[in-house]
Design a protein around this ligand. Structure first.
Ligand SMILES: CC(C)(COP(=O)(O)OP(=O)(O)OC[C@H]1O[C@@H](n2cnc3c(N)ncnc32)[C@H](O)[C@@H]1OP(=O)(O)O)[C@@H](O)C(=O)NCCC(=O)NCCS
Length: 208
């Protein structure tokens, strides 16, 4: 099985490693091509337009771009030409048989996705994070390393939960929210804000 990975960054390296461990043969594409033509030992074979032209050479694609908004746009471009987005789960991750993970998601090493959690398309579940039972994540969220989401946490689309943060059970976080690193979220957070701290306070509104 051949996967085209779009996005040759540090995040892309981890995604490639996971894809290989899932049995895929990896090819990289990045919009920095041709100036950017190599990532570690992987050759970069072109940009988004090249990938679209070469789409029939691949079984599936994966957008490995950390920015939630850019990842969503690129995934839409690839979907439009019929490139299927793989979902990649590292062998050391623990995913309940009762969890649902949509296409285009990656689950990093050591992450846990527990029973009846639902994860929308294009989400990143980063290293050692815990998505507890009954959590509901809309599309294109990024759950950073070592985040713990308490049971039943709901997160709106394109929100980014910073490294090491925790949410109390049943918390609702809106769409396009940034929760800063190391935060403790004990009350609901509305759409389009940056919030951080323990307990989390809304710092400012944002319009991405
Ligand atoms: C919240 C965040 C997006 C704000 O970024 P920013 O707007 O560039 O903020 P700055 O770095 O300019 O910091 C502004 C102020 O907020 C404070 N601050 C920033 N993030 C904070 C956080 N998470 N908790 C507490 N204070 C924070 C800074 O100390 C600084 O305070 P000061 O004005 O008193 O010096 C960023 O700090 C953050 O936490 N990002 C998440 C990083 C992450 O999880 N990375 C993992 C990737 S896998």
């Amino acid at each position: 099985m051949k996967v085209a990975i779009l996005g040759a960054s540090g995040h892309g390296k981890v995604v490639a490693d996971i894809a290989e461990q899932c049995g895929y043969q990896v090819s990289f594409f990045d919009d920095g091509f041709p100036a950017l033509n190599k990532l570690e030992h992987w050759a970069i074979e072109g940009d988004t337009a090249d990938l679209v032209k070469l789409k029939d050479n691949f079984d599936c694609a994966f957008v490995a771009i950390g920015n939630n908004f850019i990842r969503a746009k690129k995934q839409a471009v690839l979907a439009k030409v019929g490139l299927i987005s793989a979902s990649l789960i590292h062998p050391s991750a623990i995913v309940s048989r009762y969890a649902e993970i949509a296409h285009g998601c990656v689950v990093f090493p050591g992450a846990i996705v527990n029973s009846f959690a639902k994860i929308g398309a294009g989400c990143i579940i980063n290293s050692n994070s815990v998505v507890e039972h009954d959590c509901n994540l809309e599309e294109f969220c990024h759950i950073s390393p070592s985040v713990a989401l308490g049971g039943g946490t709901r997160i709106g689309s394109k929100s980014w939960i910073g490294i090491g943060s925790v949410t109390k059970q049943l918390i609702e976080i809106g769409e396009s929210v940034v929760i800063g690193a190391g935060s403790t979220v004990v009350s609901n957070v509305p759409d389009y804000v940056i919030a951080y701290g323990t307990p989390t306070k809304i710092i400012k509104a944002v319009d991405f």
